[in-house]
Design a protein around this ligand. Structure first.
Ligand code: SF4
Length: 79
């Protein structure tokens, strides 16, 4: 299992929901229609989290990062 820190730049997010379609375990809409991290993985804020990722989660996280049209999602491998 790999551990990732994930951040979402709320100002850059255009709310198209691509990350939520790709990886609903980790991303969901907030009250303003922007993406936030699901409660299970949240850390300091609604827009930051840490995920112990199995292969499936790792794949959807990396896909969400690369498919986000505004590069609002950043992934940092911790372990
Ligand atoms: S893919 Fe990017 S722009 Fe679209 S909802 Fe997710 S964070 Fe926002």
């Amino acid at each position: 299992m790999a551990k990732y820190r994930v951040t979402i730049d709320k100002d850059a997010c255009i709310g198209d929901g691509i990350c939520i379609s790709i990886c609903p375990e980790v991303f969901e809409f907030d009250d303003e229609g922007k993406a936030r991290v699901t409660e299970k993985y949240r850390t300091a804020s609604n827009y930051e989290g840490e995920v112990e990722a199995n292969e499936e989660l790792e794949n959807c996280l990396t896909q969400a990062e690369s498919m986000c049209p505004t590069q609002a999602i950043k992934l940092f491998k911790l372990e």
